[in-house]
Ligand binder design. Sequence first.
Ligand SMILES: Nc1ncnc2c1ncn2[C@@H]1O[C@H](COP(=O)(O)OP(=O)(O)O)[C@@H](O)[C@H]1O
Ligand SMILES: [Mg+2]
Length: 256
Amino acid sequence: MNAAATPTDAARTVVPVIEAVNLSVGYGRIPVIREMNLSVRPGEVVALVGPNGAGKTTTLNALGGYLPALSGTVRWKGVDASAPPHRRAKDGLAFVNEARSVLRRLTTRQNLKLARTDETACLDLFPELRARLDTKAGDLSGGEQQMLSVGRALASNPVMLMADELSLGLAPKVTERLLIAVRAAADDDNVGVLLVEQHLNNALRFADRICLIISGRIEFDGRPAQLKENESSLVAAYLAGDTDALREIAQGSQGS
Ligand SMILES: Nc1ncnc2c1ncn2[C@@H]1O[C@H](COP(=O)(O)OP(=O)(O)O)[C@@H](O)[C@H]1O
Ligand SMILES: [Mg+2]
């Protein structure tokens, strides 16, 4: 072990905002995610990456209280979490799901009002939404819809933000804006962030920690720097969906 303390090491002494402890979750009796240990601390951005079908969405839904545990526990602010999702939302858990969950027939302004969001705070984050306040959310571009989802979530002053496939189908410029906003929420407001990010390079650039999940198991949990040496082969295996190679690289990088 390297004796030099890193910010991540220091953060390990802080109670996680959210934590999976030996968590197994599935849709019947068969677990999709198995004995998972994963934690996010205040001010930390954790990127959950992995091939399609690995269990990323399942993980977020389980942590958010939308799926029951088969075994193991979810801890919220250090305590076993049993509250239903709407109670956790009131307690500071913001969730941006794959579907972006904007109400398409309502305008941008109405979407913000319905969520009791501070409109100004959202517009400060994404000023381009100002000109779209009276546009139906269904008529917004994909990028604008995601800005509305993320802006709405961050303007609610969350303790924790979970976002599934934040950048799916979006232009790189828009993705960059979203990731910068999320990073700032962690850095400036101490928000804990768990992102599912399909683009490995974005995860490596913006996250404090990367958790690589393959077939329901976390095969790597560490700092992006630990992956630096193997980055090109990792990206190649990731893009090719070569899970054996991914697993091997992940396990080889874990101790570095
Ligand atoms: N509602 C569901 N019912 C049954 N199986 C599901 C359901 N949702 C996902 N799965 C299965 O669980 C596994 C993990 O899915 P998911 O968490 O969506 O993966 P990811 O988000 O990493 O692509 C996949 O094998 C998928 O087929
Ligand atoms: Mg998914």
